[in-house]
Ligand binder design. Structure first.
Ligand SMILES: Cc1cc2nc3c(=O)[nH]c(=O)nc-3n(C[C@H](O)[C@H](O)[C@H](O)COP(=O)(O)OP(=O)(O)OC[C@H]3O[C@@H](n4cnc5c(N)ncnc54)[C@H](O)[C@@H]3O)c2cc1C
Length: 312
């Protein structure tokens, strides 16, 4: 029986693990992939204490620190959660089950799908949701980036240094991105921008060969040869796993109070999966801290002990 199991090994989950273990809670983190969205970022320039640190180095440091405090880390996906009549939890992966007195949900966000023919079939065969991870496979090749926000523009910029040609496709003509990034992208010689345009289909069998592009204003349709398709159309909260235990907003983000509590006693939430406008590492780590200290306090009170929840 763990004192706490944390679902998700991104910044929120790793921080919650460090704080829980420092309160001497028996702690397990179950995460699909170490780092979460951080593996999609490249350089981090706004994490206090580091002028500039690679996202991989930052998550490695968090992992090292968690292991130092005896946090256990399981590389797996939680598929089901049950609550026992005694108020503890059973978490199931495909092959194992784990019991815990408390649970912290730190499942973050996952990429939104484009939902066009060819996307699922060619995923991993040229269709990608992570320019920083998969970009190097497209050296001197032609790629297209779909989206009009900071992530899409950032991906186009990163890929322009690797690929020979980058097409940026956005469904209207207003980008929701920082001016400085938009200017940088517009100035790149090997980035061609298609506004008011949508991808109708991704073509190919064994690998991506081309895209069918449709201009919503001129109604013109054309095929463009590309080797890679990078989809950057936003991120969504996939929280059906905990649907019976939490309240959610219209974006399926989990609603919490200031102690990161949910409507289920013993179930806490942290990070991007929570309702909130801003999604940053510092926010996720801060919420991971609160969730862990709240879980500790919850157990202490349940066991009739005094609560000293500070951590310094
Ligand atoms: C391209 C990009 C660049 C960014 N750059 C910056 C930046 O420079 N500075 C900054 O502050 N922020 C940046 N961010 C935002 C930052 O990455 C997020 O705010 C942060 O990662 C959120 O942390 P999290 O732990 O809440 O969620 P996530 O990082 O999303 O981690 C959640 C983890 O939970 C796992 N998970 C989900 N469901 C399950 C399950 N059922 N079982 C097991 N595991 C599960 C996921 O696979 C994932 O590993 C960037 C984001 C992106 C996409």
């Amino acid at each position: 029986m763990y004192d706490v199991i944390i679902i998700g090994s991104g910044p929120a989950g790793m921080t919650a693990g460090i704080y829980a273990a420092r309160r001497e809670m028996k702690t397990l983190i179950i995460g699909k992939e170490l780092g979460g969205q951080l593996v999609w970022a490249s350089e981090i320039e706004n994490y206090p204490g580091f002028d500039n640190i690679s996202a991989f180095d930052l998550i490695d440091k968090m992992k090292e620190q968690a292991l130092k405090f005896k946090v256990e880390i399981e590389n797996d996906e939680v598929k089901k959660i049950e609550k026992t009549p005694e108020g503890s939890f059973i978490l199931y992966t495909n092959k194992k089950s784990f019991s815990a007195k408390t649970v912290i949900i730190a499942m973050g966000l996952s990429p939104r799908r484009l939902a066009v023919p060819g996307e699922t079939e060619l995923s991993g065969k040229g269709v990608s949701y992570c320019a920083n991870c998969d970009g190097p496979f497209f050296r001197n090749k032609k790629v297209v980036v779909i989206g009009g926000g900071n992530s899409a523009l950032d991906a186009a910029e990163v890929l322009s240094k690797i690929a020979s040609q980058v097409y940026l496709v956005h469904r209207n003509d207003k980008f929701r991105a920082f001016d400085v990034l938009l200017k940088e992208v517009k100035e790149k010689e090997n980035i061609e921008i298609f506004t008011n345009s949508e991808i109708k289909k991704i073509n190919g069998t064994e690998k991506v060969d081309s895209i069918s592009l449709y201009n919503v204003k001129t109604k013109e349709e054309k095929e463009i040869e590309v080797d890679g398709v990078f989809i950057e159309v936003g991120r969504i909260a996939s929280t059906d796993l905990v649907i019976d235990f939490v309240d959610r907003n219209e974006k399926n983000q989990i609603i919490v109070n200031t102690k990161m509590e949910t409507k289920t006693p013993g179930l806490f939430v942290a990070g991007d999966v929570c309702e909130g406008e801003f999604k940053q590492i510092t926010i996720a780590t801060g919420q991971g801290t609160i969730a862990a200290l709240s879980a500790y306090q919850y157990l202490q009170l349940k066991e009739g002990k005094n609560v000293v929840a500070r951590d310094y």
